[in-house]
Design a protein around this ligand. Sequence first.
Ligand code: TSJ
Length: 638
Amino acid sequence: MNNNEHYNDNDIQVLEGLEAVRKRPGMYIGNTNEAGLHHLVWEIVDNAVDEALAGYCDDIEVEIGKGNVITVKDDGRGMPTGMNAKTGLSTIETIFTVLHAGGKFGGGGYKVSGGLHGVGASVVNALSDWLEVRVYRDGKVYYQRFENGGHPVEPLKVIDKCSEERTGTTVSFHADASMFETTVYNWDILYKRLQEMAFLNKGIRITLIDQREDEKHEIFHYNGGIIEYVQMLNKNKQPLFNNIVYVEGREDDIALEVALQYNDSYNPAIYSFTNNIHTPEGGTHEDGVKQALTRVINNYAKNAKLLKENDDSLTGEDVREGVTMIISCKHPNPQFEGQTKTKLGNSEVKKIASDIFTNGFERFLMENPDAARAIVDKCITASRARLAAKKAREITRRKTALDGFNTIGKLADCTSKDASISEIFIVEGDSASGTAKDARIPKTQAILPLRGKVLNVEKARLDKALANEEIRTIITAFGTGIGDDFDLSKLRYNKIVIMTDADVDGDHIRILLLTLFYRFFRPIVEAGHVYAALPPLYKVTYGKNIKYVQSDEELEVYRQTLPANAKPLVQRFKGLGEMDAIDLRETTMHIENRILKRITVEDTIAADKVFSDLMGEEVQPRKDYIEQYGQFAQNIDA
Ligand code: TSJ
């Protein structure tokens, strides 16, 4: 007998399996960048969450140790320590070395957790330079270590005693640096996902600890589950009513939970999950709940005579305005489809979700007449606004078709019809726009004067926005239409330049315009057509030399370049209106000298929150944001 006694034919197959993972890691964990690295943690944590969902564990700890070693600990029953007849190895070694071994052993009950790929512990082992498992069970501590992509150092063995009461599983591993672009874990990524897990599985306590530099520590523990999730999402919003709608039910092996609350905003925020996996593309669970929401509200409104017999029904869009909703479905055999495999496809789920939600939501409306009234009122207002907006859109569209562009409001259009060379300057104030008209190149540069403040579209619906003269002029000038009619290819200008004074009022007008563009013309922003002009602050005349500078610092630097006894003439522009046409052309409009800042939207979800926090009704988040980041534009500029 030799050292290889422990290996048999099965082992050779095992190692070939793990070798396959190392050859094409992307097939198993999506990719090998930061997201793939974190996937390793999800695969291990999912096992502990499964134990919690089976009802045997309520404490899970995830630690990022020094050197980016991950340790996941639970207080469950401890993994089974016996032998596996088929592989001839211990069950534990089987789980860590045989691909897809998870779920095929021991215990009844279905696993509802499991990542998108659900590949399990053996894949993590294959992609780690070392991994250790400790199982506390029957008063013993069992231990096994693997190295170099999943090779067992020794078979599973008992290394210590422990108290009979102490049970659980602890897994530590270090990702193999040769398999990943990075092996450094990101606190924010772990925080967000583990918090989400704790919201989606009420009662489980998940602790996240970072031992790398300054020690950090966070406990996620929500007895209210997704109710508390909705509360957090609506924290900076004004809710229409205080209580949160909560519905749960189960049919066959399919469980559904829904929590929702309306706020006074106009955008829906609906997030759905299946087996703890976010399904941003929606699917049958989301369809069922949405369909039921529309039906139940229409029925209630008709029965309560809030909606007359011959009134139009409320549409899905009407009833979702301002709703914050979490949908969580648990399914023993989910089928994911769609572009990114994040859409639930199981057709039986739609009716089950719709039935469960209908029952619970009808009951909520009956038991909470004030909340029901507030919801129906909001939906009816949304419906009226939608009809008004449709009419207003038709008018805007007709105007585009009939009047031609030269008569759009106060627009001084360019003569070229070639969008690729055309630019529109949106200019604050009548006096500055007069100057800009003199300074422009009429062939390619259009000037649109803005009088006074722009309507804050974060606080107004489409109908009110379309009733606003300035906004209608902008929509008509852009030529793209809006809402359902939006067509980027019809944009009449390659560059849209916001030109405001370099002061607080100017900043405010710029933010309001960006909010308008972001909410109503987002593809224009995303395609990089929107710019902010940077007019100079000073004009310095020294003899025959004229120098324009942007800031006090730049002014100081320029002074240093002049002779010691020089007395240059320094003129400070208090606003665009104080410049003459030559100043404005030379500094802000002429293609060769001007400085434009392109406005980009890096991350639309983050930007969405920034916009609604900054421009919504609540004052505190705006103050917090400004204290944290200073000027708004800095964060979204490229
Ligand atoms: F898989 C793993 F190694 F990655 C892992 C598994 C990692 C972690 C952190 C925890 C776990 C895990 C597995 N925690 N708890 C369990 N439970 C079982 O495997 C188990 C225990 C007992 C029985 C039984 O029927 O007696 C059945 C199972 C599945």
